[in-house]
Write a protein that binds this ligand. Sequence first.
Ligand code: DOR
Ligand code: ZN
Length: 348
Amino acid sequence: MKMHELTIRRPDDWHLHVRDGAMLKAVVPCTAAQFGRAIIMPNLLPPVTTVAQANSYRKRIIDALPRGHRFQPLMTAYLTDGTDPQELQRGHAAGVFAAVKLYPAGATTNSASGLSDITKARAALEVMQKIGLPLLVHGEVTDPSVDIFDREAVFIDRVMIPLRRNFPELKIVFEHVTTRQAVEYVQTAGRRTAATITAHHLMINRNAIFQGGIRPHMYCLPIAKREEHRLALRKAATSGPGNFFLGTDSAPHPQNTKETACGCAGVFTAVTAIELYAQVFDEDNALANLESFASLNGPAFYGLKPNADSITLVRSPRHVPEYLATDTGQPVVNFKGGEMLDWSLKTA
Ligand code: DOR
Ligand code: ZN
């Protein structure tokens, strides 16, 4: 029999971009309406590298919440060649830094200040391993001779495996995995290695970027891969308890910066995030495992309690609006905008 209603612990988003200023004000309420917590990416300009910066960014996020919301932003520090391990330790002790983000320099949006080489972070990683501060990894090599569709798989061999060997106790999240190789790697790398999976990588393969013409709103990094990889991701996500959990990587860009000769990378899913995931799990007859993926596996890995409250999804048509309006002068185009989904979040 088909399920018509599903109540699960309130989910969390373990990988989210909310930007700053007018964009932040537009997107934060979308996430807060669905999720209890979110790991906030630090790739602002300039990046969030200090406890003071993270604290004031956190405050700007809280100020953007609708009245009465209990949404909790979990802040991250941006790892650079010059990161002071003491600053990470201070931020962790103060309860400000929930994790540290590694962008290889030049890998993606606002990654220019990222690590030029993993060896530059040795002292920071030693401290993080010692205090239990997780490392979140954008897992793509930046070597221009490596094909864009192979950058994640090559990263496993060149960076992940040696990193894991050198820091066996470090908690590592392989962010937004997009390949069968990354799924298999995480499945065999032990309990201190986890991965987030986006809704869009569960829904599209690389054909979507070129369907009938070039589709800038389907372009993100890591770029969507072949169908076999999407199927591997779906299997991992819907598999129940374990080390795969929800991270939307929702990445808002003003419409005119996507629809241009050199468009920004990022897919914006925040408006209907949990409904997109529900669609995927339903299609794979795995709704019974949505709670593990969305609400339980993440807190377990981070050593946090699941949220105390719950959400209810109902099988009733959900129209995805085309745009989210913002005061930036440009709207943001929603992933699947104009389409219908099968599940709707019940509002209290
Ligand atoms: O597509 C992406 N957009 N990938 C990233 O890693 C960064 C993100 C952004 O900040 O826009
Ligand atoms: Zn991201």
